[in-house]
Write a protein that binds this ligand. Structure first.
Ligand code: SME
Length: 159
């Protein structure tokens, strides 16, 4: 039922996400299901997952897609840049982003959303597409909303 939907038209994603996370606060379980729901809900996605803050760098968290690089230093790649700036980054063409870290050669565009709780950086959500310019500002708004649902539903470790 999710596979045909697109991120912009799917107004039910927040509701689906809430019901998927309901009654569970374990961040690993919830991030795992979060990445799976999005991976199968969104069109033209080849990777969807988390990098979690670990000391002064990011470490691979729950994801869907091909195996990916494990550690990303702060300010490096799209993920490290979004984490450091705490701003969502949309990359229309990954080959045009200086320092982009290629994990899956199929990836052509990418969106990274920082996750914060009470001013504390938790990590980032990273989504890749094999299509150029797959992600829009509207996608960013929807994904930020979904991330806020996730953040509010989890007990986060002391990072
Ligand atoms: N492209 C990311 C690395 C993570 S993978 O895309 C899964 C980056 O440049 O930070």
């Amino acid at each position: 039922m999710y596979i045909q939907s697109t991120i912009i038209s799917n107004d039910s994603l927040p509701k689906e996400m809430r019901s998927l996370l309901d009654g569970e606060t374990n961040w690993i379980a919830n991030c795992s299901n979060f990445s799976s729901l999005l991976f199968y809900a969104l069109k033209d996605i080849n990777w969807c997952g988390f990098y979690i803050l670990d000391g002064d760098e990011l470490v691979l968290g729950p994801f869907q897609g091909k195996p990916a690089c494990i550690r990303i230093p702060m300010q490096k790649g799209v993920c490290g840049t979004a984490a450091y700036s705490r701003k969502t980054i949309i990359v229309d063409d990954v080959n045009e982003f200086p320092g982009h870290i290629a994990c899956d050669v199929d990836s052509r565009s990418e969106i990274v959303i920082p996750l914060e709780y009470k001013g504390r950086l938790l990590g980032v959500l990273d989504i890749d597409s094999s299509k150029l310019a797959r992600f829009t500002e509207q996608d960013a708004i929807v994904l930020q909303h979904l991330c806020s649902i996730l953040i509010d539903n989890c007990s986060w470790p002391e990072l």
